[in-house]
Write a protein of this length. Structure first.
Length: 308
C-alpha cells in the first residue's frame, strides 16, 4: 500500500508522521530543528530521518506516494519555497520541496502550517467516523491562525492567504497589531492578547497563559475577565464566519485551547447571545481533537490530494 509522509516544521522541533490512511498515523517521531544550523543541514537531517522511519517500517522510499510539509510563514506553494518564517531566522527563500524531492525520490508539496493543521483536524474527524464536510480551525497560540475546509476541500485563496483568522478585525480602533491593522482577533484571543488584557486590568506580569488559566479556575476575577474578553472576541469572529461560510463545526486548538472549559463555555455562551435569530445555523463549537498530530496529518493528506 502506498503511504504518505507528513512533516510539521517548527522553530524548535520537526514532527514527522507516516500516514497509512487519511487521518490515521502509522508511526511518528520528532527531531530537533536546530534552526540556527541553517536550512540545508536541517533538511538533510530530515531526509535521513524519513529514510530511517521507512527502514523501521520495512518500506522502500519508492513506496512513499507523497510527502507533505507544513511550514510557518508565507510560502510559494507552487515552487515549494518557504519565503520567510519568524521562528526560522535565516530560512528566507528556502527551496524545501526541490531539495527533499531530490533527496528522497518522491513528490513533495508545501503547505502553510495552520492550513495543514486545519485539514489534519478535518481528516482525523472523518477517520473517526464524523460525517462533516465543512469546518474552521482556530489555532490559538502566541498568535492566532487557522484554516478553512469547505466541501471537504482546503480553502487557500487567490494569494494563498485564506484562513488568516487571527487578522479578522473584531474591535474597531482596537489594539495595534504588528500586521499593520488595529483590532485584530490575535490581539485579544492569543496567549499574548490574554496576558495583555490581564495586565491592563491590574494583574501581575505572568510568563504563561496557563498561569492565568489556573487563576481563572480558582475564581480570580481579573483572570476570569481576561478569558472573558478573549471568549467574546472569538465569538464575534465565529459569528462572522457563520454568516460568511456557514460551516458545520468550529474547532478551537493550540496552547490557549488547553484552558478547556475556562475558554470554551464562555465562547459558546457569547456566540448564542450574539448570533442572529433568523435561522438556527450557529456551528458546533468544540475543542480540537487531533492535538499535535494535526499538522502532520494534514500535510500528508494534502500531499496525497495533490497527486490525484
Amino acid at each position: 500500500m502506498k503511504l504518505a509522509i507528513g512533516v510539521d516544521l517548527g522553530g524548535t522541533d520537526i514532527k514527522v508522521g507516516v500516514m497509512d490512511r487519511p487521518g490515521v498515523l502509522l508511526k511518528k517521531a520528532t527531531l530537533p530543528t536546530r534552526a540556527a544550523d541553517g536550512p540545508d543541514q536541517a533538511l538533510d537531517r530530515l531526509a535521513e530521518h524519513i529514510r530511517e522511519l521507512a527502514r523501521r517500517l520495512g518500506l522502500r522510499t519508492d513506496e512513499i506516494a507523497a510527502i507533505g510539509v507544513g511550514a510557518p510563514g508565507p510560502i510559494d506553494r507552487d515552487a515549494g519555497v518557504l519565503i520567510a518564517a519568524p521562528n526560522l531566522p535565516g530560512w528566507e527563500n528556502t527551496k524545501i520541496c526541490p531539495r527533499l524531492s531530490v533527496a528522497l525520490g518522491a513528490p513533495v508539496s508545501l503547505e502553510n502550517d495552520a492550513n495543514a493543521a486545519a485539514f489534519g483536524e478535518f481528516a482525523h474527524r472523518i477517520a473517526a467516523g464524523e460525517r462533516i464536510s465543512s469546518m474552521v480551525l482556530f489555532t490559538l497560540g502566541t498568535g492566532v491562525g487557522g484554516g478553512v475546509v469547505i466541501d471537504r476541500r482546503l480553502v487557500r485563496g487567490s494569494y494563498d492567504s485564506a484562513g488568516e483568522i487571527g487578522h479578522m478585525i473584531v474591535e474597531a480602533d482596537g489594539r495595534k497589531c504588528p500586521c499593520g491593522q488595529s483590532g485584530c482577533l490575535e490581539r485579544y484571543a492569543s496567549a499574548t492578547g490574554i496576558s495583555a488584557t490581564f495586565q491592563e486590568r491590574g494583574g501581575a506580569a505572568v510568563q504563561m497563559t496557563r498561569d492565568i488559566c489556573s487563576k481563572a479556575e480558582r475564581g480570580d476575577p481579573i483572570a476570569m475577565g481576561a478569558f472573558d474578553v478573549a471568549a467574546k472576541m472569538l465569538a464575534i469572529a465565529i459569528i462572522n464566519l457563520q454568516h460568511l461560510l456557514n460551516p458545520e463545526l468550529i474547532a478551537l486548538g493550540g496552547g490557549v485551547a488547553a484552558a478547556g472549559n475556562v475558554l470554551l463555555e464562555p465562547v459558546r455562551r457569547y456566540a448564542r447571545e450574539l448570533t442572529w435569530r433568523l435561522v438556527d445555523d450557529l456551528p458546533r463549537i468544540e475543542l480540537a481533537v487531533a492535538g499535535n498530530d494535526a499538522g502532520m496529518l494534514g500535510a500528508a493528506a494534502l500531499a496525497l490530494t495533490n497527486q490525484q
